[in-house]
Design a protein around this ligand. Structure first.
Ligand SMILES: Cc1cc2nc3c(=O)[nH]c(=O)nc-3n(C[C@H](O)[C@H](O)[C@H](O)COP(=O)(O)O)c2cc1C
Length: 189
């Protein structure tokens, strides 16, 4: 079957949820962030912001505040997660990129999704694992979470639309086979 480097990269990418402690290099982080900024975005307004955190202490603090926000929720599943000592929403990845945007921009979530996929593919092409992390999307307006992410550099008028965990996959893991539904495509000729 016909293929190329880009198609192979798209097919090879999988969500990684177990990482080693090894940090990604500054050069690779720069390339991944640059890929984000090259994503298509509505009217090319570029209202998005990418806040990369590589500081383990700050990542742990963020996870604790997200869990605290969960504890205030009525959802029993989130309540349970808040009490679970082992729960780490970013899977202890060495780098986390917060992707935020102005909620008044109609394209905000779509722009962020395009940027996130660009980062996933760029990371994959560099041998770096990644995963979409959603928990900050629902908790970014909790007062304690908000003041912490503001201190990290997330613009005050932004909502978080997703986060990108980045790191090296545990090499002992065998990636699960991806089963793709065959009923999701229609071609009319
Ligand atoms: C909008 C969106 C939100 C997601 N949120 C999470 C998340 O919070 N945590 C997580 O582990 N995976 C998350 N994922 C990853 C999906 O579970 C994953 O992409 C899906 O199971 C397909 O697997 P694959 O990425 O390995 O192909 C999210 C993916 C998307 C597109």
């Amino acid at each position: 079957m016909k293929t190329n480097e880009v198609l192979d990269c798209i097919k090879r990418r999988r969500s990684i949820r177990t990482y080693t402690n090894r940090q990604i290099s500054e050069e690779d982080l720069g390339l991944i962030l640059e890929a984000a900024t090259y994503a298509p975005n509505g009217m090319h307004l570029e209202t998005w912001h990418f806040t990369a955190i590589q500081n383990t202490k700050k990542l742990r603090q963020l996870n604790s505040l997200i869990k605290k926000a969960f504890s205030k929720s009525d959802d029993p599943h989130l309540q349970e997660r808040s009490k679970n000592e082992a729960y780490c929403c970013y899977y202890h990845a060495s780098t986390l990129i917060i992707v935020s945007n102005e909620p008044l921009n109609w394209w905000a979530s779509m722009d962020c999704a395009c940027a996130i996929e660009n980062m996933f593919l760029a990371a994959n092409s560099l041998g770096i694992g990644s995963c979409w992390i959603n928990q900050l999307g629902t908790t970014c307006d909790d007062s304690e979470v908000r003041s912490f992410i503001t201190s990290l550099g997330v613009p005050k008028n932004h909502k978080v639309y997703g986060c990108v965990a980045l790191g090296y996959a545990d090499s002992t893991l065998i990636p699960k086979k991806k089963n793709v539904k065959t009923t999701t495509i229609t071609i009319i000729k």
